[in-house]
Ligand binder design. Sequence first.
Ligand code: GLR
Ligand code: MG
Length: 421
Amino acid sequence: MTVRISGITVTPVAFHDPPLLNATGVHEPWALRGIVEVSTDDGLTGLGETYGDEAHLAMVRAAADALLGTDPYDLHRIGTLVAECVGSAVVTHQHGLTGAGSNQKTADGVFSAFEVACLDIQGKAAGRPLVDLLGGPVRSAVPYSAYLFYKWAAHPGGPEDPFGAALDPDGIVAQARRLVADYGFGSIKLKGGVFPPDEEIAAVRALAEAFPGMPLRLDPNAAWTPQTSVRVADELDGVLEYLEDPTSGIDGMAEVAARSPMPLATNMCVVTPDHLPPAVARGAIGVLLIDHHYWGGLRRSTQMAALCRTFGIELSMHSNSHLGISLAAMTHLAAAVPNVNHACDTHTPWQNGQDVVAAGALRFSDGAVAVPEAPGLGVELDRDALAAMHEQYLRCGISRRDDTAYMRRFHPDYQPKTRFW
Ligand SMILES: O=C([O-])C(=O)C[C@H](O)[C@@H](O)C(=O)[O-]
Ligand SMILES: [Mg+2]
């Protein structure tokens, strides 16, 4: 029986984002995403979620046109058509928090949204949850970590958000208490690279005291030199389960890893398959934070996971600001991969209930999300919410995430922090 893709819509959306601080600046008041709906001539629709920056969306739209008439089971052909559309283009995320841009990463990022939607269709056609297309579940619920951010109480000129300020160890511990109480998280990640390393060490120590025995991570997004990274690693020996991207580049990470008491993790220096051989050869990383949005979808992520297992690299999962389609995809993926042995990152709490998917399919219990059992991704679009968030996109005045430019509106001399301390 032949099935063909008969329609694809790409809808940019915007949702409120708190003023979360990182090594490149501060989150703008709106986070952008692209929602992809792929429909087939036999009446099924699959969902995908991707980045919302204009340049990326232009490529997603161009690829969407090229995919009409293709078979949603023929993911190799879809990959080829996407690569042809992308050509030699390189789209980079201005914030740089997910490492350098490349042509491969650009094509993989466009492909991913369609791959997830096609797998959603395949699952619906088979009457099976998506996880079954990835080899079946090795866990019935996926643990996520409390993702802490230093933050302002409010966007300048705006109302205070429900999370309040977190600018010192007390604020960070209070934020952690709130997230752990509300979601039941059993691991904690602090986004660092905001304050001098000693202040962030103090915050991690305060977390260790407040949550004895809880796995902790610190991620300064390469804000430190290798020398500083080694010092911080030494000071936090026995406190961190892993240290994420303390410095930049495979060489820099390898230099730190050789002297660090805990494993180093990355979502910055290994971001396409060609980075893995040198990272393995140099012993640069112990944990990879996989992210299907830029690793070319869910199946390619499972292939990377298998490679990592071969080389003794453990897995966690990376997250940018996202909505429920992504959370569902991340949950199916992590449920199907045996060596996701650390709680995954998610920005979900920072959405504060905003979503394009109907409530109910994705719930946190004891810090974990149960794998949806309905066919495909197991989530349905809330069309009213989608329309409202699209309106927000049209009115928000942001078409590309730029944490540095936003920070400079309030601190004109601000410099992003790469190997700064
Ligand atoms: O390195 C990471 O874990 C991230 O890139 C996560 C996010 O991009 C986070 O840093 C953010 O949104 O500010
Ligand atoms: Mg990171």
